[in-house]
Design a protein around this ligand. Structure first.
Ligand SMILES: Nc1ncnc2c1ncn2[C@@H]1O[C@H](COP(=O)(O)OP(=O)(O)OP(=O)(O)O)[C@@H](O)[C@H]1O
Ligand SMILES: [Mg+2]
Length: 302
């Protein structure tokens, strides 16, 4: 086992695009490649990841964190039916990600990095709440899932854009003039597209020498990817480019294409059987798509 636990947060702008299904199946696929994998359900208040890998949520989930019993994420890891695959389940004790206390988020973020695993997949709730975005920004290599539907694309871009501004805001504490400049700039340029980000960095640099450069290098270090799920034809399969190119042009934040996964009726069947598709139908189109993404993730440098 390597000493570095790679965090891969899995997010989306629109709900129901396949994050949890993909997290579960990617986890099983990565474990079968020999990696020690942890799945963590941070879709607080609407958790279902455990059931997708056939685990009953009878033991303590992440909600146990707020109680005296378990004080470490490590203690909340449960076995799954799959070798090398562990899960920290979600918890109905927690009302929703908008309501978690600050200490909880901070502690989860600190401890995630030290979990004894090669890779941790973080299943997030849909949308751009601050807590979700902060979990998403726990790593530079987050994955944004979208389907080819225009609404999923638009919301996917909103999520990326909100993450971008959250990154910049975190760089400059509140009530600093740098943060004020970014806020005003974002407001004044809210409808502008191409190349706008570069001008923001320039404006920052002009007013606060060094600040623009710092912001640009932070954004440039991000390596987000887009996962296109549930496509029906070749044209839809390629539609990940819409999100990647708008993120590049508008925010100066290019996104890698981690893979495209076709619509597959076996996905629904597996939800009833609680057996992941990569196990029940390993040679089907969904499983092949997941398999190639897993190989890519396994081969990527830590
Ligand atoms: N490639 C696919 N082919 C067919 N059905 C799919 C595919 N991907 C996902 N689905 C279906 O889409 C639905 C939503 O999947 P899932 O619950 O994983 O989405 P989600 O993004 O986690 O949703 P939420 O935002 O509510 O957490 C499920 O019913 C699942 O079976
Ligand atoms: Mg989900």
């Amino acid at each position: 086992m390597s000493s570095v636990n790679r965090l891969i947060p899995i997010a989306s702008g629109k709900g129901g695009v396949g994050k949890s299904i993909l997290t579960a199946n990617l986890g099983v696929a990565l474990a079968s490649l020999g990696l020690n994998v942890v799945l963590i359900d941070l879709d607080l208040g609407a958790s279902n990841l455990h059931s997708l890998v056939g685990v009953q949520n009878t033991r303590m989930g992440i909600g146990g964190y707020s109680h005296k019993g378990a004080s470490k994420l490590d203690d909340l890891m449960n076995d799954t039916p799959y070798e090398r695959l562990k899960i920290v389940a979600g918890d109905s004790l927690l009302p929703g990600s908008a309501n978690i206390p600050w200490w909880f988020k901070k502690r989860v973020l600190t401890e995630l990095a030290t979990l004894p695993a090669d890779i941790t997949l973080i299943d997030l709730g849909a949308g751009s709440s601050y807590n979700t975005i902060d979990f998403f920004l726990s790593s530079r290599t987050g994955i944004v899932v979208t389907t080819p539907e225009p609404t999923a694309m638009v919301n996917g871009y909103s999520f990326v854009k909100n993450s971008y501004y959250r990154l910049l805001f975190r760089l400059f504490p509140s009530r600093t003039p740098e943060r004020e400049l970014i806020r005003n700039w974002a407001y004044q340029n809210r409808d502008r597209g191409e190349g706008a980000a570069i001008e923001l960095f320039d404006a920052l640099e002009r007013s606060f020498p060094g600040a623009g450069r710092k912001a640009k290098s932070l954004v440039g270090a991000m390596n987000l990817s887009v996962l296109l799920n549930d496509y029906h034809d070749d044209k839809e399969m390629e539609s990940w480019k819409n999100l990647a190119s708008v993120s590049d042009k508008n925010l100066g934040m290019p996104m890698t294409h981690i893979g495209s996964i076709p619509h597959d009726s076996q996905v629904r069947t597996s939800a009833f059987s609680r057996i992941p598709v990569v196990v029940s139908d390993p040679d089907g189109p969904f499983s092949r798509g997941v398999g190639s993404i897993a190989s890519r993730l396994a081969g990527a440098p830590a």
